[in-house]
Design a protein around this ligand. Structure first.
Ligand code: ADP
Length: 270
């Protein structure tokens, strides 16, 4: 379906030029295309766990005999249900963020405390995977910023869980906080599988996942980085990623500091 139509006479009456009209149509067409792509991708992503769920349930009903077999099937079904739940939750977050239904709740917060708590969460996430999680707070004193506490936690937790997810046993994940003039940078660095240059421009797109990520049944939703991008931009921040395959990745979020550094303000250099 094309939205292109003849140049309406009402536009002439309203003083809208043909070029302006065509540009408007192009924007509208690309928005429709994005919605189509999004709903197509969303149904595809939800169909996969649903198919697995159905297949496994059918097999179990036919073949399972012992309580152990039923238990194992239920356990596996539970994992797929959780995965669908995560996809739906992330989809809802993104849809609401686009329609402006998810306003940020901005307040003064200690980024240093937030990152410290994140570091502890990261250590818990890495437990059992033999990954060393460390934190380096490069700022001289506590860093305070204005932002949405919950969303910033979600942003950094997404980056941190990715770093752990895509790093093998024996690897390292570091969180690095540094201040520069009126911005603060939080970097999440891992020694994981890395991202090939051809994938880098796309990883913030919804549902974009490298084959590596798909093959490894990681349980991600493919929406984490799209949410990270939205939260960063909603805070007027920027995100940068550098990566080398088989060496690791570095995700750097740079946020503007709206408030002064707490404590010794005279030391507020880097
Ligand atoms: P997912 O839920 O699949 O992790 P994301 O949106 O968070 O989805 O990330 C998109 C894709 O970017 C991932 O599927 C993976 O291919 C790649 N990626 C993200 N973070 C990392 C990382 N730290 N190391 C390697 N690849 C990563």
């Amino acid at each position: 379906l094309s939205l292109r139509a003849d140049f309406p006479t009402s536009c002439v009456e309203l003083g809208i030029l043909r070029d302006e009209y065509n540009a408007m149509l192009e924007r509208l067409e690309s928005a429709v295309q994005r919605v189509r792509q999004f709903s197509g991708d969303a149904s595809h992503e939800l169909r996969t766990p649903l198919t697995i769920l159905r297949g496994e349930t059918e097999v179990t009903l036919h073949w399972a005999k012992t309580p152990e077999e039923f238990r194992a099937a239920l356990q596996s079904n539970m994992e797929e249900i959780d995965r669908m739940g995560r996809i739906l939750e992330d989809l809802l977050t993104l849809a609401k963020s686009e329609s402006g239904e998810l306003p940020l709740s901005i307040g003064q917060l200690s980024l240093s405390d937030l990152v410290q708590e994140l570091y502890i969460q990261g250590r818990t996430l890495a437990e059992g995977k033999d990954i060393t999680v460390s934190m380096h707070h490069g700022a001289d004193s506590e860093v305070s910023i204005r932002g949405d506490d919950l969303r910033l936690r979600q942003l950094f937790l997404n980056l941190l869980s990715n770093a752990i997810r895509y790093t093998s046993e024996g690897g390292r994940v570091d969180i690095d906080v540094s201040r520069c003039d009126d911005t603060v940078t939080v970097a999440v660095i891992d020694s994981g599988i890395g991202i090939a240059p051809e994938h880098l421009p796309h990883i913030f797109e919804r549902f974009y996942r490298t084959d590596e990520a798909r093959n490894r049944a990681h349980g991600g939703t493919g929406l984490g980085l799209a949410i990270v991008k939205w939260i960063t931009e909603a805070h007027d921040g920027t995100i940068r990623v550098t990566s080398t395959v088989n060496e690791g990745s570095r995700f750097e979020v740079c946020l503007p500091l709206a408030g002064p550094t707490l404590g010794e303000e005279s030391k507020d250099k880097n």
